[in-house]
Design a protein. Structure first.
Ligand code: CTP
Length: 410
């Protein structure tokens, strides 16, 4: 309707200027190329919710490749990548942003040198292949229809009624990552599942649909969840629904219940991850590591966490503890400092370390007559430990003790 179109134009007018300019460039290119072009997916959803996002996705009715090339003429700093196999193109910009172009008609070549085969389908089919109704809307960008909402599947109504509803019964079978996406969107927007979607989700979990999913794609989706502000609530659903049990093969002791959930907002991804595994036994964490494919930083931190936790179970001197904490990643120490079993020990050691005010260094020791070699490190360690244990509390005392050790070595 005209009123609806005006609402959308108003929302577009609130977008940052560079995004508006980009949409106008798309509009003008569509005019020149004589094709129809639509904004689709998450951008439309978030625009209607008045929380616009960065990622722009377009669908072109016509040749996507030709359209992308024509659009490039208006984007001097863009870089075009075409994925013929998938019928998509991407234009990326120096600031790291990018836009994606899919097409309802794409030429592909069955063998090199063959004539292009043209496959045609329409926007309606493109939208029907998507996951949820709220992600299946499009906004036309052609001049005469600029701002017109295309909503074949009731996306707007579900947005208003705050429902996550899949588009068709096979949605989760086609692509099991959608099970995780459903949970992510539900909690991100604080929506509910439509009844049939909830039922389908449970059926999918019970019938083992997840086994079709690769470890890589599963991990990718899980990490997207850990990046969400509301990841704790999402994690609780993953546990309660049995989805995690279905994937990991057993009930792991995930920790998504925090006394003070607000503090998790400031945590990095690694910190969130470590806290979530903090109530698992070592064997559980090891089993978990076999069922996910973490990037190096997360994997290394998880292993450092396991190692440090094992070491802290044994009695340690303040000096040994200090050395262990110093060589562990900061987030691993922070995560273990929240564990009731180690809290006192770790904070005690960190506080003692703060009182250290060492002025002695290797150079000073050499001037005092110590030969270059491992002894220098040993003496510095002794001095540091003496500070930690409160045996030294000033530079004078430090000098005195160091001299004594140096003399005793002679
Ligand atoms: N999509 C889908 N099934 C998937 C992934 C994506 O149908 N497994 C469709 C949806 O229409 C989605 C669009 O592709 O809106 C873009 O996907 P993506 O960028 O991953 O998601 P967004 O909806 O933009 O969500 P986010 O805000 O998390 O980026």
């Amino acid at each position: 309707s005209a009123a609806m179109r005006q609402d959308i134009l108003d929302l577009i007018n609130l977008l940052p200027e560079d995004v508006r300019k980009l949409l106008e460039a798309v509009r003008d290119t569509a005019g020149e190329e004589g094709c129809s072009v639509y904004l689709v997916g998450g951008f439309v959803r978030d625009l209607l919710l008045s929380v616009p996002t960065q990622d722009l996705d377009f669908v072109v009715e016509g040749s996507g490749g030709q359209f992308a090339q024509a659009l490039m003429r208006r984007m001097p700093d863009g870089k075009l990548t075409q994925h013929f196999k998938f019928g998509t193109a991407q234009i990326s910009f120096p600031d790291g942003s990018h836009l994606d172009i899919a097409s309802t008609r794409w030429e592909h070549y069955s063998f090199p040198g063959a004539l292009p085969q043209v496959e045609e389908s329409c926007l309606r089919d493109d939208l029907f292949r998507r996951d949820f109704t709220i992600n299946s809307m499009a906004i036309c960008l052609n001049t005469e229809r600029y701002g017109e909402l295309v909503d074949y599947y009731g996306g707007k109504q579900d947005l208003q009624q705050r429902k996550i509803r899949f588009l068709h019964n096979l949605s989760f079978i086609d692509d099991p990552t959608r099970m995780l996406r459903a949970i992510r969107f539900k909690e991100r927007y604080q929506f509910d599942f439509a009844k049939e979607t909830l039922d389908a989700l449970h059926t999918a979990i019970e019938t083992g649909v997840l086994s079709k999913l690769s470890v890589e794609r599963f991990t990718e989706e899980i990490l997207l969840i850990f990046k969400e502000a509301n990841y704790l609530a999402m994690g609780q659903i993953l546990v309660k629904s049995g989805l995690f049990k279905a994937w990991f093969g057993e009930e792991l002791a995930w920790n998504f219940d925090l006394d003070n959930a607000e503090e998790s907002l400031d945590w990095s991804l690694n910190m969130r991850w470590l806290i979530s595994v903090s109530q698992m036994e070592s064997a559980g964490i090891e089993q978990l590591l076999e069922r996910v494919s973490l990037n190096k930083s997360l994997r290394d931190d998880t292993i450092a966490y396991l190692n440090l936790r094992e070491s802290l179970m044994k009695p340690l001197t303040l000096g040994e503890m200090d050395r262990l904490l110093n060589k562990s990643p900061k987030e691993v120490v922070m995560a273990l400092a929240r564990d009731e079993r180690f809290k006192k020990q770790i904070t005690g050691c960190l506080e003692a370390a703060q009182r250290i005010n060492m002025s002695l260094d290797g150079k000073a020791l050499i001037e005092m007559g110590v030969k270059q070699g491992p002894e220098i490190g040993e003496i510095l360690d002794w001095v540091r430990t003496a500070w930690l244990e409160g045996k030294i509390s000033s530079s004078e005392e430090e000098q005195g003790i160091a001299r004594q050790w140096v003399n005793s070595l002679r």
